[in-house]
Design a protein. Structure first.
Length: 283
């Protein structure tokens, strides 16, 4: 069943049909269809009801024409009644009132107004959060970097900064290396070109390009060998066992509150170089 909205023309047609034959109009009212007792603009009306009203008015065309001679009988045709009418959309049901916690405390108008205001504020906050998402959670050290001992409350912040520094230094070193290699290749190419100035241009060009290629290959081989030796040195250093050595200790006498210091420093002569030593204090 298609529901349409009543227009002023439909309201006048229903009023005219009630004047002409109220008994026949009442027969058009079915239980499953909207009520025609109080027609108002914007109220729902079914398409079948419009067809029946149009037929009813056409049936009594003489009476309707006599009563409304200036507009004529065409005013109540189905085409005329459908003009300006839209699909009727049922309004949303009202929100249910929250349950009362205590039966002896009824909900006052002030309470309802307060709850409505809180709902509107919460909807506004939700909409604002959707438009402007909350930034990522910051640590205490990131929020207050100048606070003393801020690094104690940091979670992985120092590691991240250290990794960033290492990456930056690595990128900077590689850029400098590339620039040095390019300068070396260009300089060698220019030197070969000038040195072979008595040769023909094709031979000079070929010799210069060959020399530049050889220099580039040599630079790559040397750099790869350097990187390999650095990696091997790091792996060798990590494989060494680490031993902590006490270089200073002291004992506090509880009875006299005197502090006696006994220092001991061992010589590292004749120590195995495959062992890493870490100096510390023993209390």
């Amino acid at each position: 069943m298609v529901l349409l909205t009543m227009t002023p023309a439909i309201v006048r047609a229903i009023a005219k049909a009630r004047e002409v034959s109220e008994e026949e109009l009442s027969k058009l009212q079915l239980p499953a269809e909207p009520s025609l007792a109080e027609p108002n603009t914007g109220n729902p009306i079914s398409h079948s009801q419009l067809i029946d009203i149009s037929k009813l008015l056409k049936k009594h065309v003489d009476e309707t024409g006599a009563a409304d001679a200036e507009n004529g009988p065409l005013l109540y045709t189905l085409d005329s009644l459908l003009k300006g009418s839209d699909i009727y959309i049922t309004p949303p049901p009202p929100k249910k009132e929250p349950l009362v916690v205590y039966a002896d405390q009824p909900q006052t108008p002030e309470y309802k107004a307060l709850m409505e205001r809180l709902r509107r504020e919460e909807e506004a906050r939700a909409y604002e959060r959707m438009l402007h998402p909350v930034p990522a959670i910051q640590t205490f050290a990131q929020r207050f970097p100048t606070t003393p001992h801020a690094h104690f409350n940091s979670i992985g912040g120092g590691v991240v900064e250290e990794d960033d520094d290492v990456n930056y230094n690595e990128v900077h070193r590689q850029i400098i290396l590339i620039i040095n290699v390019l300068i070396t290749i260009i300089a060698c190419s220019a030197f070969i070109w000038v040195a072979a100035r008595h040769w023909s241009i094709p031979r000079r060009l070929g010799l210069s390009m060959s020399g530049s290629g050889a220099i580039a290959v040599a630079e790559v081989v040397i750099y790869r060998g350097y990187v390999r030796r650095v990696k091997e040195a790091k792996l060798k250093e990590r494989k060494k066992p680490e031993i902590k050595k006490i270089v200073e200790s002291w004992v506090i006498d509880r009875a006299t509150d005197k502090k006696g210091v006994a220092t001991s420093s061992g010589s590292r002569e004749g120590v195995d170089e495959s062992i890493r030593y870490r100096k510390g204090k023993h209390r």
